[in-house]
Design a protein around this ligand. Sequence first.
Ligand SMILES: *Cc1c(COP(=O)(O)O)cnc(C)c1O
Length: 365
Amino acid sequence: MKFLDLKKVNDSYRKEIDEAMRRVLDSGWYINGDSVSEFEREFANYVGADHCVGVGNGLDALTLVLTAWKEMHAWDHNTEVIVPANTFIATILAISRAGLKPVLCEPRKDNALIDCDKAFRLINEHTRVIIPVHLYGRTCDMASINVMAFKHGLKVLEDACQAHGAFSDTRRAGNLGDAAAFSFYPGKNLGALGDAGAVTTNNKDLAERVRRLANYGQSQKYVHLVKGVNSRLDELQAAILRAKLPRLDKDNERRRRIAEYYNKHIIHPDIVLPVSGRYIGNVFHIYPVRCQQRDHLQAWLSVNGVQTQIHYPCPPHRQQAYREWASLHLPVTDIWSNTELSLPISPAMSDEEVEYVAQTINKFE
Ligand SMILES: *Cc1c(COP(=O)(O)O)cnc(C)c1O
């Protein structure tokens, strides 16, 4: 059994995707056309935000927001951005690319989300942004983060790349801070057939600046106000995303059902299941369990035909790319990277497959 059978997921949308692709081909218009503007409108509406700007990928979505803020507020390279140390490295790369300084914050041991008390202690006179990453599909403690941000004049940039459709109380990820970044990489809960991303925000000025930066910094054709980049959402990917968006909630509901089944039926003394608080808003991009003998568990599942993954086997502060952080002491981040195992979860899994995963885990010795 594959960790994620993307072909099966997309086969369930075959008719809609075929139609969407044919429509783009027939239109003769392949960049910044109706599919992009319609998707932006529909996705903003879905999230509950005023603006959505389609961009090339999730990393660019994060980078473009930070770059736009840097330009709006004349921040220098000493400006600090608080980011969870256990995130996918793209969140941190975006800060570096924008010419700002990442400050790593430990996650909570129980749910892998940013530890707000520890984040609070990292704030100093250089801090301007905090990036809550809704890791594994669950929203961060946004009430605490927004209070802290308000008190200290920080911007809140949600990394919602794993949280399409997730919500916190009644509001969706993408509308819980000052701006949010989404990725539509094929394996995400809302996935394109290639790279794609988006920024959502309620700030019109920010949306306009991101749009401009992503399109060579131009305000109109051949008028360049800033040194921009090329990071546009493709017309074809936008059409595919439009075809898939109407069923996102249903797909997420299926993921929740699978998670509920795992929660109830995985009973093994050596395996720690994800905590289930605020369960309803979690979209389970990943179903993360923890196990001291993680590598043995992964091998056991593998010989029994169940593919799993680790998110993430080597945290950013232990990567060659950030060797300047090699001496940082981040014990909770290390616990997650040493013990986490992601079980198969996807809307295309059958009940039998889900039952088989749980049974196989329970037989682990
Ligand atoms: C996938 C992901 C990204 C990057 O998205 P890309 O589209 O691959 O650039 C950033 N942050 C998190 C948490 C992600 O999971």
